[in-house]
Design a protein around this ligand. Structure first.
Ligand code: AMP
Ligand code: TRP
Length: 339
């Protein structure tokens, strides 16, 4: 835990760069809603400035931002209880990111596996923004002095970098100003895998739509995707160790556990020994019951764009009220005149 002077505060973000998947829901959104009801201040952001690190069609970006906002609300994030907004409306994120660009070291950034994955073989042609992405992410978190960041497993390295940036800033300026943030990577579904290949992460960028459940899928589609999910011929084991060499079975069990708010051990006690032909319909029923109301609610919310924009503007105002004094103080620490 971060030491005393920092009040617990939760921050997390999701990029509006296309549809949301069951991975986003279980690894992030569902847990955001749970954190909101645990008595701490929660701040959730649609990170549109991160999205444009790879080119986005402007109309599609606007649509994806609003749809993501609908996804947050439909998943249980309440804009009255949490601060919900899009990143570009709070300029302090980008301003603090510049300071962090001057704190983070080239060597640290070069080690980031997400950059290597996203830039691929043609790194020379990637945008400078894609390379600097994690410094902006650190700014997203630290501009609120956030202490806890719920994310999926894939963001672990970025959160370690956030801690390195905070530590170096505090050290270089001889202050104890930025908290050393705790990643919160918890639960059975911190890494939901593809339904077609248990060794690959479920992702909106997978070319096969059958590999994922989208938050916009209807009940029939969800059930069909689960029915067709890749499995192996053995019945389910009764012990967790029996899942070690069976990535597809493990993934479906993890999904079941996360959807039903049970531990993997509890689920194994109920379903151990069952054939997939018996287990898959149970999983499909559970997924449909939980996911299809979300897709219905998202389409309903998307009918009233003005209301979504109002929510985002209102959230941005509340976010700015926290961020502005922290930026002012940062400028003062760094030596900017007029801060
Ligand atoms: P992104 O869509 O990459 O902006 O991710 C938004 C959030 O969803 C982050 O906290 C990710 O770690 C989480 N996430 C994305 N894909 C998965 C997945 N397959 N399993 C678990 N969490 C995920
Ligand atoms: N990098 C995160 C992702 O790709 C999105 C993100 C941006 C984020 N800023 C953040 C997550 C701050 C948590 C906290 O999923």
């Amino acid at each position: 835990m971060t030491e005393a002077p920092f009040t617990p505060r939760v921050f997390s973000g999701i990029q509006p760069s296309g549809g949301l998947t069951l991975g986003n829901y279980l690894g992030a959104l569902k847990r955001f809603a749970q954190a909101q009801d645990a008595g701490v201040e929660t701040i959730y952001c649609m990170v549109d400035l991160h999205a444009i690190t790879v080119w986005q069609d402007p109309e599609k970006l606007r649509h994806a931002t609003r749809e993501l906002c609908a996804g947050f609300i439909a998943s249980g994030v309440d804009p009255e209880k949490s601060i919900l907004f899009n990143q570009s409306q709070v300029a302090e994120h980008a301003q603090l990111a510049w300071i962090f660009n001057c704190v983070a070291r080239m060597g640290w950034m070069k080690r980031m596996t997400q950059f290597k994955d996203k830039a691929g073989k043609n790194a020379e042609n990637a945008s400078l923004g894609l390379f600097g992405y994690p410094a902006l992410m650190a700014a997203d978190i630290l501009i609120y002095h956030a202490t806890h960041v719920p994310v999926g497993e894939d963001q672990k390295q970025h959160l370690e970098l956030t801690r390195d940036i905070a530590t170096k800033f505090n050290h270089d300026y001889g202050v104890d100003f930025f908290p050393i943030t705790e990643p919160v990577i918890e639960g059975a579904a911190t890494r939901v895998m593809s339904l077609r290949d248990g060794s690959k992460k479920m992702s909106k960028s997978d070319p096969s739509d059958m590999s994922r459940i989208n938050l916009t899928d209807n009940a029939d589609t969800i059930a069909k995707k689960i029915r067709k999910a890749k499995t192996d011929p053995e019945p389910l084991p009764s012990e967790v160790v029996g899942l070690a060499e069976r990535p597809e079975a493990r993934n479906l069990i993890n999904i079941y556990a996360a959807l039903s708010d049970q531990s993997v051990e509890q689920v194994m006690r109920d379903v151990g020994g069952k054939a997939f032909s018996e287990f898959k319909p149970m999983l499909a029923d559970l997924a449909v019951a939980q996911m299809s109301p979300i897709s219905t609610e998202m389409s309903r919310l998307m009918q009233d764009q003005a209301e979504i924009d109002r929510v985002l503007a209102e959230g941005a105002g509340r976010a700015r009220a926290i961020a502005a004094p922290i930026l002012r103080k940062t400028y003062e620490i760094v030596g900017m005149v007029g801060a």
